[in-house]
Every structure is written in structure tokens, then in C-alpha cells.
Design a protein around this ligand. Structure first.
Ligand code: HEC
Length: 157
């Protein structure tokens, strides 16, 4: 009888070890409860944009409750991914899509239009192949954002 229960204990311990090993492997080298998109935003973008999307520096645009307005147009949606710091971020397409979705839908908060769809890895892959030039950004931003805001209003968003 004792043999059977000892075997049970050993098997139980192995099963536990296997399960925790698999969990570690799935979450990479730093197991954490933070979702992938949020953790990658924090690592790659938060240094400049602030962990809550608000930077103290005036030359860095505020994302919090603002950035969602861009996705009222396809052009604005594309602009966000084509920004040099985004297009060239050291992340694969899947991870970058998750970081973008965290940024737009979590940090964007009240600025996100109703019914906006998340970025897919395929969409991100195509857009980041056409990165914007840093020198074009200032003038481009105001026209892209102007058209997005008009579309947001028209759509009653
Ligand atoms: C080195 C600092 C820096 C890093 C890192 C950085 N950004 Fe930016 N970001 C900026 C600056 C500065 C601007 C203003 C436009 C420009 O000069 O690129 C900007 C503009 C933006 C905008 C446009 C917002 C608006 O209202 O015009 C978005 C969206 C954005 N960044 C997202 C990201 C994301 C996502 C990441 C991480 C993948 C990231 N940024 C990494 C500095 C940074």
C-alpha cells in the first residue's frame, strides 16, 4: 500500500515540475503576469512615452486618452505603425501588434473610436515595410491627425 502512495507522490511531483517548466517556457525568460503587449510597450516605448503614456517632455506626444483618435482613418491607423520608432522597434510582427493594441486600446482609453478593430500581425507586417522618414513627421502629423479628427466627428465617435 505504501508503495502505491509513494509512487503517487513521485508522479504528482513530476507533473507539477512539468507544468511549471511549461509555464516558464511559454512566458520566456522573465515569467510575469503582465500581458505581452503591455510588457513590450513598457520595455521599448515606455522609456520615452512614460509607463502610462504621458511623458514629461513636451517634444514627446502624450498617448494617454489621445492616441486612439488616429484610428478613425486608415491613414491614421497606418501612420502609427509607420512611425520610425515603431516600424523599426526590435519586435516581431506579432509582438509589435500586441504592443500597438495595448497602446491604442488600453492607454488610448476614451480617445478610441467605438468598433475600432485591433491591429493584426499581418497588418503590422505590411505597414512597417513602409516606414516614414523622421524629417516628414511634423507636417505629416498635423494633416493626418486633422483628417482623423474630422472622420471621428463625422462618424459620431
Ligand atoms: C527615443 C524615444 C522614443 C521611443 C523609444 C519611442 N518613441 Fe514614440 N515618439 C517619440 C517622439 C519624439 C515622437 C514624436 C514624433 C517623432 O519625432 O518621432 C513619437 C511619436 C509617437 C507616436 C505618435 C503620437 C502622436 O500623437 O503624434 C506614437 C503613436 C508613438 N510614438 C508610439 C511609440 C511606440 C509604440 C513605441 C515603442 C515601440 C515608441 N513610440 C517608442 C519618441 C519615442
Amino acid at each position: 500500500m505504501w508503495r502505491a502512495s509513494a509512487i503517487g507522490v513521485v508522479f504528482g511531483a513530476l507533473a507539477l515540475a512539468g507544468a511549471s517548466g511549461a509555464a516558464d517556457a511559454a512566458s520566456g525568460s522573465t515569467p510575469s503576469p503582465i500581458p505581452l503587449g503591455a510588457s513590450r510597450y513598457l520595455e521599448s516605448c515606455g522609456g520615452c512615452h512614460g509607463i502610462t503614456g504621458t511623458s514629461a517632455k513636451s517634444e514627446i506626444p502624450v498617448l494617454r486618452d489621445q492616441v486612439g483618435r488616429f484610428v478613425c482613418t486608415d491613414e491614421g491607423r497606418a501612420y502609427l505603425v509607420r512611425l520610425p520608432n515603431v516600424a523599426f522597434a526590435a519586435m516581431d510582427d506579432h509582438t509589435l501588434a500586441q504592443a500597438m493594441n495595448y497602446m491604442v486600446f488600453s492607454l488610448g482609453g476614451s480617445s478610441v473610436p467605438k468598433g475600432a478593430r485591433p491591429y493584426s500581425p499581418q497588418e503590422v507586417a505590411a505597414l512597417r515595410q513602409r516606414p516614414l522618414k523622421a524629417t516628414d513627421l511634423a507636417s505629416m502629423r498635423s494633416s493626418v491627425l486633422g483628417r482623423a479628427l474630422a472622420a471621428c466627428q463625422e462618424q459620431g465617435r
